[in-house]
Design a protein around this ligand. Structure first.
Ligand SMILES: Nc1nc2c(ncn2[C@@H]2O[C@H](COP(=O)(O)OP(=O)(O)OP(=O)(O)O)[C@@H](O)[C@H]2O)c(=O)[nH]1
Ligand SMILES: [Mg+2]
Length: 295
């Protein structure tokens, strides 16, 4: 298979720029969690897209950010910066007409590697006219000469289809990397915990810390139904009551939505139970972090 193409494509950028949204669109199904809040993605995760002609392995990364005062923040920044080494292509995401300190930080990392970098300028649907982006592009090109520049909206099929063709152009000729049937390098349990965390990120107001986390405690197939029990970790009592909500309504809503997403992903019925537990300072405790999979 001389002409088969395969490779790793890291997607990097500041928090909230649309990395995970773009990846889900590129692979054509929901794998990576997304929300309107920054720092949704915490772990590097591979999303695999295989055809008869190529295999693209997208590497989703946590947004590179400045405030890394907690152990979990430095873990996330490390996950992101280490992900750009040993890949074949980088998709560098910036938001149209937005440039900040975090973008500078991302640029520092990108400047250190020597692979094709496609500058993706996302969320152009927010602009009144696409022309408005030209001065912005000119400013970035003074800082860095990207291999290609691609303005897009991750929401638009036409854009993501074209982006895929561009990626294919730079994808190296080589043998397949993962089994063509696999979708990710993570196990189902990981994805399940993430789907629950997504609903927490989406529903909880901004006063709740983004660093809430989920641990899976039961994961069993009984009578063709997955029985899943998960514990949600928060820092203090007041947060616990927000997560549970008035008469348990919030937790119920999160459970219902998470169950739908998980059933869709696993293609099986599931029975989901959620609990909330207070674990003070977990996000700044290296030992707790590692027990929850942040090694
Ligand atoms: N208007 C608009 N919104 C977008 C677009 N792409 C993503 N978004 C929104 O931007 C928000 C952040 O998207 P994510 O995909 O979670 O961003 P991310 O870069 O993965 O963020 P982190 O994981 O926190 O680093 C979500 O509310 C998305 O719906 C786009 O092209 N246009
Ligand atoms: Mg993300």
């Amino acid at each position: 298979m001389m002409s088969f193409k395969a490779g790793f494509i890291a997607v990097v950028g500041p928090p909230n720029v649309g990395k995970s949204t773009l990846i889900n669109e590129l692979i054509g199904y929901k794998l990576s969690i997304t929300s309107h809040r920054p720092q949704t993605t915490r772990h590097r995760i591979c999303a695999i897209c295989s055809t008869d002609d190529y295999q693209m392995v997208f590497v989703d990364t946590p947004g590179i950010h400045i405030e890394n005062y907690k152990a979990i923040n430095s873990y996330m920044n490390r996950e992101a910066s280490s992900s750009i080494r040993d890949v074949d292509i980088i998709l560098w995401l910036v938001e149209s007409n937005k440039w900040g300190k975090q973008d500078e930080r991302v640029l520092e990392h990108i400047s250190q590697v020597d692979v094709p970098v496609i500058l993706c300028v996302n969320k152009i649907d927010k602009l009144k006219s696409e022309q408005n982006i030209l001065p912005f592009l000119a400013k970035i090109s003074q800082k860095y000469k990207a291999t290609a520049t691609f303005p897009l909206s991750a929401f638009k099929k036409r854009d993501t289809k074209k982006l895929k063709q561009l990626i294919l152009k730079y994808l190296p000729k080589q043998d397949i990397i993962f089994d063509p049937n696999s979708t990710t390098d993570k196990n189902d349990k990981f994805i399940v915990a993430e789907f629950i965390r997504e609903k927490l990120m989406r529903h909880l107001k901004n006063e709740l810390p983004y660093d809430i986390t989920v641990g899976i405690e039961q994961y069993e197939l009984k009578n063709n139904i997955w029985h899943i029990a998960a514990r949600i970790y928060v820092d203090k009592e007041s947060q616990k009551s927000i997560v549970i909500g008035n008469k348990g309504q919030m937790l119920k809503l999160i459970g219902t939505e998470a169950r739908k997403g998980i059933e869709n992903f696993l293609q099986k019925k599931i029975f989901l139970q959620l609990w909330v537990k207070i674990k003070p300072g977990w996000s700044n405790n290296k030992k707790t972090l590692s027990s929850l999979g942040y090694d």
